[in-house]
Design a protein around this ligand. Sequence first.
Ligand code: NDP
Length: 327
Amino acid sequence: MKVLLTGGSGFVAVHCVDLLLQHGHEVVATVRSDEKGHYLQELFKGKPLSYVIVKDIAAEGAFDEAVQTEPPFEAVVHTASPFHFNITNNKDLLDPAINGTTGILKAVHKSAKTVNRVVITSSFAAISNYSNPPKVYTEEIWNDQTMEEALTTTNPQAAYRASKKFAEKAAWDFLESEKPNFTLATLCPPMIYGPVLHQVKSLDDLNTSSARMLRLYQGIPRSGPVGSPMHVDVRDLALAHVLAIENPEAANQRFLVAAQLATEKELRDIIENNFPEIRGKLRDEVTDTLPPWSIDNSKSVNVLGLKYRPLEDTIVDTVNSLKALGA
Ligand code: NDP
């Protein structure tokens, strides 16, 4: 298949490119600069990968040109969305998340009629319901934040959660109102760890979830957002994206793509057992309590055919990758 992938410079996206190419697909990635495009081309030299510049996914018509190509696209993977807490206004997160999602769907609907499937990287943030948590989280559950809360909260993490909820909701609403040619699949991962393949010029530039693992390795877990006590390996999530475009049964389905719950202490213990140089250097407390709810990831296993790799493999590979970057 010829696949358009948005946000090609991101942590998750580069693994999606890798898996798409391994499955024999041709990829066109959107990136914000030639430098980021060249990095990808160098990483996947000799493979059917090209790039197109989309500078700001929040802008009206941002994807209108990118979706038009010969031969035409058959599938779209939309990963681009801001995942950081460095904002001056909640709209810094809400606009790219929501407009980016509606923008890609509108562009495909209007100008890329050959696209059969659009896969969107949503988040457990779009599922997690803090005011009324269920006993078991499934794909049926939705974050209950309102748009008013999204616009007025002074907590950037809450604004991020809202950005993912309203972006995913906008996608399902678009499907309902526009009845496009394509079907949709949304993937809802919690914290994503694993090897870093994307361009990272300095450890200060790490994506949010890799930075969290770096802090845990460095023994300063509390210096940043704690995040959900649940994880998925970026390679398993990338495979889920590929399976979601390949598998007819994924049509119009939402998937909770999460391996398991794990406390910060469990993660830290795995790191200490495998990297003894950090023993005794923990500079802040780590939480060791699991939440009073669990998750049901059986749909991702039964419908997508996903097999989750063990937590220890994910953590060890993540830390090795961070050490290779200078940690
Ligand atoms: P990254 O920050 O590594 O990647 C985000 C991507 O989105 C980058 O390519 C970035 O481009 C692009 N992007 C952000 N804002 C804009 C914009 N306004 N215009 C154009 N491009 C933009 O994050 P991840 O790879 O971790 O996240 C990928 C997806 O996965 C996101 O949708 C995120 O919400 C979701 N997710 C991530 C989780 C995690 O733990 N990592 C957990 C759950 C969901 P550039 O590099 O140029 O800034």
